[in-house]
Design a protein around this ligand. Structure first.
Ligand code: NDP
Ligand code: 2IT
Length: 451
């Protein structure tokens, strides 16, 4: 058995129930195979065995009291995966589906993503099975405080810097930061995604969606194409989806879909700035369901279906796809339908939104396929810029941050292409992203010896 298969087998045997983690590890190890011949020193130092084992996993009880006075108990997790190139860095996810396998997959992906950003950040992820949906403002606040009551002892501006992800946005970061500041009596860059008034960075809210779109534009340019007049599907309707729509519109494209866990809206006329403002108010302030969009604008609503099922069943002809909801949302069958109906570019806002079968389809048909750890790295990159500004006790203008973000997305795109070419898989962004992200981390681990 090859070394990579042996390692994968061991990972599977150790934690048989962690399916998403196995999936992420398999994809990375498969594509790292060609590095073995060029870097025998990595094998000798056990880098591949070591990189799939988190530095540390913290799991804790989060008890809190709901509005009826009843005690609720959730589970909190922080996986500090690898800090070879910088302090642990990565988001927190609050969603009922959260478990250790999901947080490990996300933390593992984050190692390579953060390395690609060119900034000094290690990989981590955390979260809880708490479901903010249907909870009152005070319940969310009490939960966030209870979560931070334990997490605070494991994090720090130079140790581990959490941020948002699914179910964690500006509101939750505010409550968690406020509580950290209270119990530690220090005002420091320990979380990113903060509001501007207390140390946040301009463009951080927009950064993931903008970055995903910049990455797609870079990919299109390699084939002499641009975004103008192209039609796109976007899934989800949260932070990433919203700013993806905004930037696609700015570049002259047209987005015809959005979704949430209750269904999908299709608006062939396009989600313009006015409609997007409605979505932002609906989702970020009123915390309503995307169905309201269909009611307000007379768009079609597909109850209980995701964007990719709807696209296949309706035979939607689109040029681009931006999955921005969650892992494994595009399966092989739906990927095939997308490509056959003309989609030539997929830029992943979500983490691992395409199943291995879907990725195979995109690669077989040689469409432009930007995997999440490259395409959505603009979010964490701008978190890195927030950390820099916090350290300097200074803040950059919107233009300054956006131009750095654009520069970083260009450099990630270039690094992926260069690595794909060096390792004999030119234009394969999956191989390119994994290898380019890996090398810097591996070299650093090598330099430290066996620790
Ligand atoms: P939000 O919580 O703001 O939005 C998530 C959206 O996806 C909501 O519309 C939600 O619907 C939908 N969704 C989430 N989980 C499911 C599910 N299991 N089934 C169906 N729909 C679902 O999160 P973000 O926009 O921040 O995150 C979206 C994706 O982008 C995630 O994969 C995240 O890991 C990734 N990402 C986020 C970054 C960031 O900076 N925020 C950076 C890089 C990647 P509903 O409201 O009904 O649950
Ligand atoms: O998946 C991700 O990269 C994020 N959720 C953002 C992490 C961060 O630290 O900004």
């Amino acid at each position: 058995m090859s070394l990579m298969n042996e390692i994968l087998e061991r990972v599977r045997r150790k934690d048989p129930e962690q399916m998403e983690f196995h999936q992420a590890v398999k994809e990375v190890l498969d594509t790292l195979e060609p590095t073995i011949a060029r870097h025998p020193e990595f094998v000798k130092a056990g880098i591949f065995e070591r990189i799939v084992e988190p530095d540390r996993v913290v799991m804790f009880r989060v008890p809190w009291v709901d509005d009826r006075g009843e005690v609720q108990v959730n589970r909190g997790i922080r996986v500090q995966f690898n800090n070879a190139i910088g302090p642990y860095k990565g988001g927190l996810r609050f969603h009922p589906s959260v478990n250790l396998g999901i947080i490990k997959f996300l933390g593992f992906e984050q190692i390579f993503k953060n390395s690609l950003t060119t900034l000094p950040m290690g990989g981590a992820k955390g979260g809880s099975d708490f479901d903010p949906k249907g909870r009152s403002e005070m319940e969310v606040m009490r939960f966030c405080q209870a979560f931070m009551r334990e997490l605070y002892r494991h994090i720090g501006a130079d140790t581990d810097v959490p941020a948002g992800d699914i179910g964690v946005g500006g509101r939750e970061i505010g409550y968690m930061y406020g509580y950290y500041k209270k119990i530690r009596n220090e005002h420091t860059g320990v979380l990113t995604g903060k509001a501007l008034d207390y140390g946040g960075s301009l463009v951080r809210p927009e950064a993931t969606g903008y970055g995903v779109t910049y990455f797609a534009a870079e990919m299109l340019a390699t084939r002499g194409q641009e975004m103008k007049d192209k039609v796109a599907l976007v899934s989800g309707s949260g932070n990433v989806a919203q700013y993806t729509v905004e930037k696609i519109n700015a570049l002259g494209g047209r987005v015809i879909s959005l979704s949430d866990s209750n269904g999908t809206i299709i608006d062939e006329k396009g989600i313009d700035a006015g409609k997007l403002a409605f979505v932002m108010d609906l989702k970020n302030n009123r915390r309503g369901r995307i169905k309201e969009y269909a009611d307000k604008y007379g768009a079609k609503f597909f109850e209980g279906q995701d964007v990719w099922d709807v696209a296949r069943e309706q035979g939607l002809k689109v040029d681009m796809a931006f999955p921005s909801a969650t892992q494994n949302e595009i399966n092989g069958k739906n990927a095939e339908a997308l490509v056959k109906n003309g989609c030539g570019c997929v830029s992943e806002g979500a983490n691992m939104p395409s199943t291995p079968e879907a990725v195979d389809v995109f690669q077989e048909y040689k469409i432009l396929y930007g995997p999440g750890k490259a395409a959505n790295a603009g979010g964490v990159a701008t978190s890195g810029l927030e950390m820099s500004q916090n350290s300097m006790r200074f803040s950059w203008s919107r233009e300054e941050v956006d131009s750095r973000l654009q520069g970083i997305m260009k450099s990630i795109h270039r690094a992926c292409l260069d690595a794909s070419e060096t390792y004999g898989r030119k234009g394969d962004y999956v191989t390119g992203a994994n290898i380019a992200g890996f090398i810097k981390v591996a070299r650093s681990m090598l330099a430290y010896g066996i620790v």
